[in-house]
Design a protein around this ligand. Structure first.
Ligand SMILES: [Zn+2]
Length: 430
């Protein structure tokens, strides 16, 4: 048995282990529960054993009595799942005018920039991304690349292709209007034909921060959302719906869409209805929190900052209510939005959920097993469990005490590849 105190970095120790690798850890979060004195046996292809008992002899190397590595001071948990990111955009760019220019770049350049983000996501421990849409085919290209399995490690990616919106309403930068194709059903059919994994709908506009409210009427009626959800279901697809504002949420609830993204200005009664209809909520605090933390980037006045504070506080209370009511909450940062870098923004989101009063263990569930299981990923991820993909995080920091310990210092195992060192938030491009 190689002791933890041997002095070599964990990454090297893991590389020196031959498959199947058997590690014994002080603590584990298996995607749902906390376990003490945990054994994990894995190959490059799958987890062979995970549990508190000594693994069966037939799953470890012939004659092996003890773990390859004993890590009593380490915690292991499944890799993280970012459930709302726009991979085609760098969120780290804070200058709005530079950001506006980025949106005009050719699709090939946007794709190349997005590809460069993928290994950095893995190093940060993010093993899967539910892309939230782009008009340039970047997300669809990355989804296809993941599935072509060329042996280059990259996070799981699925994409809705271009979001569906109404001509002249919010969303042109990431979507295509349904009028171009003659209506909702045709737009859904078009996205499916282009390979969309799920259907992204823009049910409302965005928050008017100067007024501190959503000031436009929802862009999609309940009837339109019912038509979209019905069409999507007919193709076996989920619906992920951008929505802020009370009346927009009512429309989404009437249509029983799969997820409400953002969901600012909802109320407790709406959350209860979401729970009863098995709808999930992805709160995405990060883009609003950024504006509150760095108002100078947009030139916000103290009055707007007061609005932002009020919006974040109300959203925090809503998250507490979701915990009390048992609503399915899923962690997604809206990375790629202004001021929300990929990876770093996801850690910001998790920390914001914690500050809002959402329990740490629930946040970890919302970023692993709950995400995979509610969002319909077609690969076994998000749990430390026999038969699941071997994609997990090891850290000697107290991961289960606070999500802030996830931000750095972890070693990531991903299908036999090993990464450590995290990602540098100071580096541009994310
Ligand atoms: Zn988004």
């Amino acid at each position: 048995m190689k002791a933890e105190s041997s002095g070599t970095p964990l990454e090297t120790q893991l590389r020196n282990c031959s498959a199947p690798v058997w590690i014994q850890l002080g603590q584990a979060f298996d995607g749902e529960n906390v376990n003490k004195d945990f054994h994990l046996v894995y190959s490059e292809r799958e987890i062979l054993y995970a549990g508190e008992q000594t693994p069966p002899a037939e799953l470890v190397k012939s004659g092996q009595q003890d773990a390859d590595l004993l890590l009593p001071n380490h915690t292991v948990m499944p890799g993280l799942i970012e459930a709302h990111a726009h991979l085609f955009l760098a969120g780290a760019e804070r200058d709005p005018s530079v950001r506006a220019e980025t949106l005009k770049l050719d699709a090939e350049i946007l794709l190349a920039q997005a590809e460069a983000r993928l290994p950095r996501l893995l190093r940060a421990g993010i093993i899967a991304v539910r892309d939230a849409g782009d008009k340039d085919g970047v997300g669809l290209a990355l989804q296809a690349r993941y599935r072509s399995n060329r042996g280059v490690p990259m996070p799981y990616v699925d994409s809705p292709g271009p979001a569906i919106h109404h001509k002249g309403r919010y969303g042109k930068f990431m979507g295509e209007d349904m009028e171009a194709l003659g209506g909702m059903e045709a737009a859904v059919a078009d996205r499916v034909q282009r390979g969309a994994y799920r259907i992204k709908l823009l049910a409302t506009g965005i928050i008017n921060f100067e007024k501190g409210a959503v000031t436009t009427q929802p862009q999609m009626s309940a009837e339109e959302l019912v038509a979209a959800a019905t069409a999507a279901k007919g193709y076996g697809k989920q619906t992920m719906v951008h929505c802020s504002g009370h009346s927009g949420a009512d429309n989404c609830i009437a249509a029983k869409v799969d997820t409400i993204e953002h969901g600012f200005f909802m109320d407790r009664d709406q959350l209860a209805q979401m729970r009863d209809r098995n709808m999930a909520w992805v709160p995405t605090f990060a883009p609003v929190q950024f504006q509150l933390d760095a108002p100078e980037c947009i030139g916000w006045s103290s009055q707007v900052c007061a609005n932002l504070r009020r919006i974040i506080d109300a959203h925090s209370r809503l998250l507490q209510a979701a915990a009390e009511l048992g609503v399915c909450v899923i962690a997604g940062s809206d990375a790629g939005s202004h001021g929300v870098p990929h990876a770093h923004g996801f850690f910001d989101e998790l920390e914001q959920m914690e500050r809002a009063g959402y329990p740490t263990l629930s946040i970890l569930q919302s970023a692993t097993s709950r995400s995979v299981e509610r969002l319909g990923f077609d690969q076994a991820m998000g749990r430390l469990k026999k038969g699941y993909l071997p994609r997990f995080i090891l850290s000697d920091r107290p991961l289960l005490d606070s999500v802030r310990h996830l931000r750095s210092g972890a070693t990531v195992v991903f299908d036999g590849h090993i990464f450590s060192g995290g990602d540098d938030a100071g580096q541009p491009g994310m």
